[in-house]
Design a protein around this ligand. Structure first.
Ligand code: HEM
Length: 183
């Protein structure tokens, strides 16, 4: 699948790992650097301290008007000024996965305002969502963010707001990794 990517923590890679910490549940091993590369779903893992895979998928919850607002406002990855990044793998609990699509959407947006809050941080924060629940990975999602150093404080604020939401009461494992572009 050309939409499958592998995040590998090892000694080499274009991102230097500054910090890894558990927000809830088990952390993952620390490694000095991170690389992101296309991967086959059943190809051998790249060598390293750890590797996580995720697939780029279609949207599930955003409504058409939200999708259009996001598209109009968002920046792409790889901007030269975006020297900071965060990798945040997340797993949600069985109660979340037992809900119907409309119930999950209502929690995410009408109750928790995930998209409305997130839009406040665009285009400063560029984002990419990878899905991994259905490919047998330890997390359900890999979330990736890039921003300039002067927006790091705003990104911290965004995390505080989202983690205080009702949606996050369904998160049972979350690891936060902070990175900077190497050399
Ligand atoms: C930068 C601003 C952000 C915006 C604009 C944003 C927007 C969105 C949107 C539109 C979706 C739904 C995609 C769909 O329809 O399937 C989504 C999903 C998600 N976002 Fe964010 N988000 C932001 C920040 C974050 C942050 C900081 C985190 C993690 C700490 C995060 C974690 C997630 C996760 C885990 C999902 C998948 C949820 C699920 O499918 O159950 N987002 N985000």
């Amino acid at each position: 699948v050309d939409r499958c990517f592998e995040f590998t923590g090892s000694n080499a890679g274009p991102w230097r790992v500054l910090d890894v910490r558990s927000i809830i549940g088990d952390a993952i091993a620390s490694a000095p650097a991170l690389a992101i590369a296309p991967a086959g779903l059943s190809s051998p893992r790249a060598p390293g301290a750890w590797s996580l895979r995720g697939v780029i998928s279609n949207i599930r919850y955003a409504a058409a008007v939200e999708r259009d607002t996001l598209t109009a406002r968002q920046a792409g990855l790889g901007r030269s000024e975006a020297l900071c990044a965060a990798l945040i793998p997340i797993r949600k609990n069985p109660a979340w996965w037992a809900l119907a699509q409309d119930e999950r959407r209502a929690i995410m947006e009408e109750q928790s305002h995930h998209i409305t809050i997130g839009l406040d941080y665009l285009p400063a924060v560029a984002r990419k969502l990878y899905h991994c629940r259905d490919i047998g990975e330890p997390f359900d999602f890999l979330t990736w963010f890039e921003f300039a150093p002067e927006h790091a404080g705003h990104f911290d604020d965004l995390l505080v707001r989202l983690r205080a939401s009702h949606e996050w009461s369904y998160v049972d494992r979350e690891v936060e990794m902070r990175l900077e572009r190497a050399g």
